[in-house]
Write a protein that binds this ligand. Structure first.
Ligand SMILES: C[S@@+](CC[C@H](N)C(=O)[O-])C[C@H]1O[C@@H](n2cnc3c(N)ncnc32)[C@H](O)[C@@H]1O
Length: 244
């Protein structure tokens, strides 16, 4: 998709407006440099998010995570949820939840100061208040209890083949040890301490990770309702754990 001839008319227009001519960015387009970074922002769930090399480009699949999470929060009557977004990147999950459900109270953590700078700018531009904090998921502790833990953590195994364009995105936003599972295992381990009795865990997952994650989820939450659901391409993409 990154060659000049493959550009959509809208992207072509935005790029010409920004760079004057496509000739200036021809080399980057030919080498699969992401168009979203060249344009400098991306539309996510109807909102414009700044995005550059400091953050993962918000993905279409993650919109599905938010849509389903909102629907579960409504079912559970948790529209006022206290939310923890783990690995916030551009802030797209935290900010969109706050835009869509203004009564939620959102804390968002990331290990990257650069990512948090982008997330803070996005929150400011979209006029929402989020408590951003520099923190490592693997060392994270909190006295606070949450109603929703939400995460789209890094989940690509180091030996997995990926698209050319992914090499321009921050490595620590993409790859994870233990066949891509290490973040899920840790989040599931610490979640019982972080959550209120009635609560929800919502995570985006790799399309081949559904059944193993369902098994882990059952170990940590034997009494919960555990749901693996699919994205629009009908691939396993989301893990929901509902504690009622
Ligand atoms: C896949 S990206 C998701 C970004 C954003 N939530 C989204 O859905 O587009 C994962 C994020 O986790 C962050 N991250 C990686 N390792 C982390 C860690 N140990 N603790 C906290 N955040 C981490 C990365 O910096 C990155 O922003």
């Amino acid at each position: 998709m990154n060659k000049i001839d493959d550009l959509t008319p809208i992207d072509r227009e935005l790029l010409i407006k920004k760079y004057g001519s496509l000739d200036k960015i021809k080399d980057q387009l030919e080498s699969h440099y992401p168009i979203q970074y060249l344009i400098g922002n991306v539309n996510f769930y109807g909102y414009d998010f700044l995005c550059d090399e400091r953050v993962l480009i918000p993905r279409f699949e993650t919109e599905g995570l938010i849509e389903k999470t909102i629907s579960y929060l409504k079912e559970l009557k948790l529209e006022n949820a206290k939310v923890l977004d783990m690995g916030t990147g551009s802030g797209c999950i935290a900010i969109t939840l706050k835009k869509e459900l203004p009564n939620v109270q959102v804390k968002a953590i990331d290990i990257s100061n650069d990512a948090l700078d982008v997330a803070r700018l996005n929150a400011k531009n979209l006029d929402v208040s989020i408590a951003f904090e520099l923190a490592d998921i693997f060392k994270y502790e909190s006295q606070d209890k949450y109603d929703l833990l939400i995460a789209n953590p890094p989940y690509i195994a180091f030996n997995e083949e990926v698209d050319e364009s992914i090499k321009y995105e921050p490595e620590q936003a993409i790859y994870a040890e233990d066949n891509g599972l290490i973040f899920y295992k840790h989040i599931l381990k610490i979640a019982p301490k972080l959550l209120n009795d009635k609560s929800l865990i919502a995570m985006e997952i790799g399309y081949q990770q559904g059944s193993i994650l369902k098994t882990y989820a059952k170990e940590y939450f034997p009494n919960a309702k555990i749901i693996i659901s699919k994205d629009l391409a009908l691939k396993d993409r989301y893990l929901f754990i509902i504690n009622e």
